[in-house]
Unconditional design. Structure first.
Length: 419
């Protein structure tokens, strides 16, 4: 009650004390805000048993998220992966534990945001809806994180043929025993201009003697097609797996939507996925360079934003990186950590504060991007009929910000700054 009275007084008397947002963002050790510790993807594979599907769960753990310790001439990190699959009607139907050790020879690789540890769980499941949970525990720090994904397995629309989900891989090598690509990737992020990304899928044909045509298309978000390839398949086994290669050297920074269409005996099946081209080391959460330039509002002048926006598309990435390295240099870092933290904050704001506007454009998003995660957040106005307030405390810089949800639409407006 005492705090609520304090807020009310602030709203009445201090509304003019709102920050103009001209401060330089403060960088600190909350650099991973909004950034996942690891990611997973569940892929529906095919089986000759019509009542069961194989599901491959790919787990991708960023080196920078692991705690490495020196072991003679190399650095070692150890994690335990715990897989649980839950059927809402039955309960837990799968439980697996796997210990994984990652070794690197170079200290810089221990902090890499581009080098990953990848592991794959393969299970067989009947038709149904499932929740897949993967928990990772760092054996050194005992820190635990959990990620979950939902998957629905349905009977195929045709008895004559079927196509699995797409799995992305960094090579066309296959682990024969498991039938999983040797170098799968969840993110589908391509950072090497000379690399090739491989689309891997299963194909079932009841009659392999008849021709099945495959068409693979990669298009920009605008709809412009940048890659188009076809494959005709005849003969072989009823259930087979295939790689289709996408050379990346002629592609530019973008998020590409991929469509794989299979044509067989007058029927068509379509599968979709996506991948990203990022040759200059932009943070993973940037999917649109033009939007990322507009999001520089809290660190760049209008003239700087206009200059970057007007640059040739092929030069925007390079100029964008140069802007960060010149304005916020990070010595002895292969990647600009301040840029990465900034866009982690933008991403966090978009996920948590968006309503009628993008989260990064809101008052709470602005304060989060400039000052980082607050030391403490106090909320008041639990009654649904009362006005909701939030006070953000930044104890390390002796500042407090008061936000008011005046109209009840989760659009909190900054009404006071206290220091």
């Amino acid at each position: 009650m005492r705090r609520l009275l304090f807020i009310t007084i602030l709203v009445i008397f201090c509304c003019s004390a709102v920050s103009n947002g001209s401060e330089t963002p403060r960088w600190h050790n909350n650099a991973q805000i909004g950034q996942p510790l690891f990611v997973i993807s569940a892929h529906r594979r095919l089986s000759l048993d019509k009542d069961k599907f194989r599901v491959d769960i790919i787990v991708e753990v960023m080196n920078d998220m692991l705690l490495f310790v020196r072991d003679k001439d190399e650095f070692t990190a150890s994690v335990q992966l715990n897989l649980s699959i839950i059927d809402p009607d039955v309960g837990q139907v799968v439980s697996k534990v796997r210990n994984v050790t990652k070794r690197v020879s170079d200290y810089e690789m221990t902090n890499s945001r581009r080098d990953f540890s990848v592991d794959v769980f393969s299970v067989e499941l009947p038709v149904g809806k499932y929740t897949i949970k993967v928990q990772i525990e760092d054996r050194e720090s005992r820190k635990r994180e959990t990620v979950e994904e939902r998957i629905e397995l349905q009977y195929p629309s045709s008895d004559e043929f079927d196509v699995s989900d797409i799995i992305w891989a960094r090579s066309s090598e296959l682990e024969e025993r498991t039938g999983v690509p040797l170098h799968p990737t969840v993110s589908g992020m391509v950072s090497d201009p000379e690399s090739v990304l491989y689309c891997y899928f299963d194909l079932f044909r009841q009659d392999p003697s008849r021709v099945c045509s495959i068409n693979l298309i990669a298009a920009e978000k605008s709809g412009i097609i940048r890659f188009n390839d076809s494959l005709s398949i005849v003969g072989g086994e009823r259930l087979s797996s295939f790689f289709m290669a996408i050379p990346c050297k002629d592609l530019t920074f973008n998020r590409y939507n991929v469509t794989l269409r299979a044509f067989f005996e007058g029927d068509t099946i379509q599968r979709t996925s996506s991948f990203s081209i990022n040759f200059h080391g932009l943070p993973w959460m940037i999917g649109d360079i033009n939007q990322a330039i507009q999001q520089l509002r809290y660190v760049a002048t209008i003239e700087e934003i206009q200059r970057l926006s007007a640059a040739f598309p092929s030069k925007k990435e390079e100029l964008f990186i140069r802007f960060w390295n010149e304005k916020f240099p990070c010595e002895n870092e292969a990647e600009n950590g301040k840029m990465i933290e900034y866009y982690n904050r933008v991403n966090y704001a978009n996920v948590h504060f968006g309503s009628n506007r993008h989260g990064w454009e809101t008052d709470r998003g602005k304060i989060l991007i400039i000052y980082g995660k607050p030391s403490e957040i106090e909320k008041s106005g639990d009654d649904m009929n009362s006005i909701q307030f939030e006070i953000w405390y930044y104890n390390h810089i002796n500042k407090r910000f008061v936000f008011k949800d005046e109209f009840g639409f989760n659009e909190y407006r900054l009404v006071s700054t206290i220091w």
